[in-house]
Design a protein around this ligand. Structure first.
Ligand code: ARG
Length: 282
């Protein structure tokens, strides 16, 4: 069993922190049956009960921080559905439902679409271009940071800009281990990010340096521990416990690191942020 971290002050009571609404999906059908990223090895056994326990601990942590957790019903035959971040991007109640790169995950789009329609979101649109939701489109205050290179296309960046109404900054990823933007960069609040420079193409590094001169830069071991796959509410940063260096750097920048451990989901190339889709209501 995972030990729950010591209680931290709820988001509501901390200054400058917003209570968030998150969509999660329990890993009831979680498995590694195919390999669409270098972390996945279908020959390596996965402990589904362990995955469920670890995921439950993550959901408890988010609730204990004062956030609202909504649930998407898991469906058999979609073993990566626990990674709700990839299902959509939501800005001001506008929902851009993902279009997956790989056929193995294609069925997740319809499930997300139905959830948002049932929850009475009125502007729900399925992307025409390949985009993997918040895996590659990260809302960062006044802009969206968008990745290309492995999953989401640059045409999808233009579509996101049109549909979601925020300017998009395109960043090209180059290291297959960091195939989604949320494995290489985390948005900490409206003006701050942390990232792993080596995951990005030179022009993307230049852009990031210019936009975020004071960013927290992750070292290779913390990046490999999926430390950048973090969930921030502007103060608390939920991240893999193994990313100890990053936790220190966050503390020094006045954030509160909240460690979690999801080793079963890491076998699919996923971490805490992958399990969470932020619902930004109008
Ligand atoms: N196995 C999944 C895939 O390769 C993992 C997705 C992780 N999600 C994320 N937001 N990085 O698509």
């Amino acid at each position: 069993m995972n030990a729950l971290p010591a209680p931290v002050a709820p988001a509501r009571s901390a200054p400058g922190v917003r209570r968030r609404r998150y969509l999660l999906c329990p890993p009831e059908h979680f498995a590694v049956e195919y390999a669409i990223n270098p972390w996945m090895d279908p020959d390596r056994p996965v402990d589904r009960d362990g995955a469920l326990r670890q995921w439950n601990a993550l959901a408890s942590v988010l609730r204990s921080l004062g956030h609202r957790v909504d649930l998407l019903a898991p469906r058999p035959g979609l073993p990566d559905m626990v990674f709700t971040a990839n299902g959509a991007t939501v800005v001001d109640g506008r929902v851009l439902v993902a279009r997956f790169r790989h056929r193995q995950r294609a069925g997740e789009s319809a499930a997300h679409r139905r959830w948002f329609e049932a929850a009475r979101f009125r502007q729900v649109r399925t992307a025409a271009e390949v985009n993997e939701g918040e895996g590659d489109l990260l809302v960062a205050g006044p802009r969206i940071l968008a990745a290309s290179g492995f999953r989401t296309t640059t045409a999808a960046h233009q579509e996101a800009e049109r549909v979601l109404g925020l300017p998009v900054v395109s960043l090209r990823l180059t290291d297959p281990r960091y195939y989604h933007l949320d494995t290489a960069l985390a948005v900490l609040d409206d003006t701050r990010v942390m990232y792993y420079p080596d995951a990005f193409a030179p022009e993307a590094r230049r852009l990031l340096r210019r936009l975020y001169p004071d960013a927290i830069l992750a070292g290779a071991p913390d990046a490999a521990a999926f430390g950048l796959n973090a969930i921030s509410d502007g103060r608390h940063v939920v991240l893999p416990a193994a990313a100890r260096g990053l936790a220190e750097q966050l503390r020094a920048a006045d954030f509160v690191p909240v460690p979690v451990s999801l080793p079963e989901l890491l076998k699919a190339g996923g971490g805490p942020k992958c399990c969470v889709l932020e619902i930004r209501s109008a």
